[in-house]
Design a protein around this ligand. Sequence first.
Ligand code: 5RP
Length: 294
Amino acid sequence: MPDNDELTDGARFQSEVAAPVHVSKLKGAGALDWGMQSRLARVFRPATNRTVMLAIDHGYFQGPTTGLERVDLSIVPLLPYADALMTTRGMVRSTIPPTCGAPIVLRASGGPSVLKELSNEQIAVAMDDALRLDAAAVAVQVFIGGEFETQSIRNMTQLVDEGQRAGVPVLAVTAVGRELTRDARYLRLAVRICAELGAHVVKTYYCADGFDTVTASCPVPVVMAGGRKLPELDALTMAYRAIEGGAAGVDMGRNVFQSDHPDAMIRAIRAVVHESVKPEHAYDEFVRPAVQGH
Ligand code: 5RP
């Protein structure tokens, strides 16, 4: 039934005020559907359009990795500092408190262990289970140049199709086999293929020469993978340079949870990523006091 005239006040229509237009400033996200943009805004802090993702999904192919033996003890206390947590559905349901507030980037591919050919992955999570877990995104490994390259790309495109239907973004993780060189030429190839085939975010390694060309030629946000454990200042420097080179954040694991001071380390990474604090300053503010026992 229409309102009676006396129930509305003409002034409330504020005809002279234009309605705001909300356009995502996240790279490549402006034309995505609302649910997709909303989920991406949970992972990428809207104030900076950057993210500090904590990756703890290593167990899905290599078992209880050093630092992840007891996720309840080593990782749960770090969650307040993570913009998102990249993990498996088994770890989410068994160990991550539903009240923690950290958006989940759900590992959705898997299959082989470290004892087998790693590129031989399949999709390991149905999209309806990702939705049931309130995942902010799903993550899939893509092995460009790997033995099962096409199969891994097929995993990704299938998740993209399902993600488009459900409003769930897909993070493509460019996995680099031992035999492949992590140079800008390879990373440009891998990252661009993932974006062209529909990934909404791509995770890749940092390279010292030409990382800016990797991010510039990728039409969606690139987040930097951490890789093997480095001395803390070196890891902070790598993160800083990746951000300077156009990365929209980091998705780091071992350089956080294998540090002797994971709490200080993730706080230092946040300062580097969100405030562009120089790595030496972030080290001095967060890590050095922890090392000195303050
Ligand atoms: C495994 C992954 C991991 O999430 C990630 O690369 C591990 O993080 P880190 O290298 O920083 O320990 O995608 O292939």
